[in-house]
Design a protein around this ligand. Structure first.
Ligand code: HEC
Length: 277
């Protein structure tokens, strides 16, 4: 049990702007004007040029080294191998990566685009069909370059959190015959979708109270996962044609397994009409 003593112990060890929140994360570093002013008192602003996969060109940014911000966060009582970094974005996108991997790369938490036109902090880019800017922060990688699956590039990032591996993947993990499907799901899907409430909220929850396997027919479900735009025009779900048919099947089997492992009390009510109609 993580009691009050535990929470206040973290509080004493972490700087005020990265205070530990009660509940799931071990530590939270919010990114907003106030916290950035505090961070700047402690860390020098750095700048770097990167091959930017979002803007699709070389870009120069100013910000703080991710490593420095992570070193300010405490995870007392947890071995480093059990800790994940979670990047919280405005739109519900929530990628995770192991702390060791985050520390091994050269990530910059960018707070300004040095190539933006005079008087602007950022250049707008087309994201999810709309022009938007990455404020308040955008994680970019000087190295390694080009590995966006293992080293995510979240923009409009509002907090960096440390979580235990159990909290990072929540109830989304499974073992036995559905382990492979669960691994593929955690790698590719959890950043946008929650299972039993744990995971990203950019896309819909997939298991509770009704599992997608309960209201989608099996053929269309696999097709949607592999290539959503071939079924729904204008969908914000990316296509996964790079995944093998076997991996897609493994995900569907894993989702079917999770349908019988819902949060206690969650049940998919049957009936032809919504309640009250
Ligand atoms: C970048 C975020 C993102 C990622 C990554 C993503 N999805 Fe989605 N997904 C969405 C969004 C947004 C929707 C809602 C789409 C819509 O309404 O057209 C969606 C819809 C779905 C649906 C339909 C839900 C329903 O009730 O209609 C399924 C099933 C699904 N996703 C499964 C997956 C699986 C499995 C993966 C991993 C292989 C995945 N998604 C990865 C964003 C994402």
């Amino acid at each position: 049990m993580r009691g009050v003593g535990w929470v206040s112990a973290i509080f004493l060890l972490t700087p005020a702007w990265c205070a530990a929140a009660a509940g799931t994360p071990l530590a939270v570093c919010p990114i907003n004007a106030e916290s950035l002013a505090q961070i700047q008192k402690r860390h020098a602003l750095a700048s770097a040029e990167v091959d930017d996969p979002v803007y699709k060109r070389k870009q120069r940014y100013q910000g703080f080294w991710l490593r420095d911000l992570l070193q300010d966060l405490s995870y007392v009582g947890h071995p480093e191998s059990d800790v994940y970094v979670r990047f919280r974005c405005k739109d519900g996108y929530l990628p995770i990566m192991p702390l060791g991997r985050a520390m091994s790369g050269r990530g910059l938490v960018a707070i300004r685009d040095l190539g933006a036109r005079a008087g602007e902090e950022w250049e707008p880019t087309l994201a999810n069909g709309a022009l938007s800017i990455p404020a308040p922060s955008y994680l970019v990688w000087v190295s390694p370059a080009g590995d966006t699956e293992q080293y995510p590039w979240p923009y409009q990032m509002v907090a960096i959190e440390l979580v235990s591996s159990a909290d990072a993947v929540g109830e989304a993990v499974s073992s036995g015959s559905t382990k492979h499907g669960s691994d593929v799901f955690v790698q590719h899907c959890l950043k946008c979708h929650a299972i039993n409430g744990a995971g990203g909220t950019f896309g819909p929850e997939l298991n509770s109270p009704c599992s997608v396997t309960e209201y989608w027919n099996a053929g269309f479900l696999s097709r949607f996962i592999a290539n959503a735009p071939s079924i729904r025009a204008g969908t914000k779900m990316p296509d996964f044609r790079a995944l093998s048919g076997k991996d897609v099947q493994a995900i569907v089997e894993y989702l079917r397994y999770m349908a019988s492992h819902k949060t206690a009390g969650a049940a998919c009510q049957s009936g032809r009409h919504p309640p009250g109609s």
